[in-house]
Design a protein. Structure first.
Length: 153
């Protein structure tokens, strides 16, 4: 929040009009309007008078607002984890579906001219499901943590 916005917020919180503030500071209403719009800045004397009128310290009136990290930046990691989890879950599901499509009479396939590969139920799809579930749980935990750190929620 810039100085002009802070002046406007303090004035409206105290239910003062621009005219009343201008009268108290012995300036024109247009000067107060310019301060609030950011078109000009009050002099040091007027700044101190504003602080006295609003009952705040000069630091409270002029200090820059703390910069907060946008929510979309704090939530990037959970969404990346959810995306990876989805990919792993889909890969595991595709592998399980492929295994279910093989006829029972096929026990393997030839992997070279002289070799034979005997296949059994592969643990890989189950490992992919497990990794996907862990990533999804980690992403959910990070998302909840980011939401708790969001001010005003």
């Amino acid at each position: 929040m810039d100085l002009g916005s802070r002046i406007r917020a303090l004035r409206t919180e105290r239910q003062l009009s621009q005219e009343i503030v201008a009268e108290q500071l012995h300036v024109s209403r247009q000067a107060v309007a310019k301060w609030e719009s950011g078109a000009s800045l009050p002099s040091t004397a007027n700044l101190l008078a504003l602080c006295e009128l609003f009952g705040v310290s000069p630091e409270q009136l002029t200090a820059p607002a703390p910069v907060q990290q946008p929510m979309h930046r704090r939530c990037t990691a959970p969404f990346v984890l959810f995306s990876l989890a989805l990919i792993l879950l889909l890969a595991g599901a595709a592998m399980l579906w492929r295994q279910s499509q093989l006829p029972d009479s096929i026990i393997g396939y030839a992997d070279a001219a002289t070799g034979l590969y005997v296949a059994s139920a592969s643990p890989l799809p189950f490992l992919l499901f497990g990794a996907g579930a862990l990533l999804a749980a980690g992403g959910a935990a990070l998302l909840l943590r980011a939401k708790r750190q969001t001010p005003g929620k």
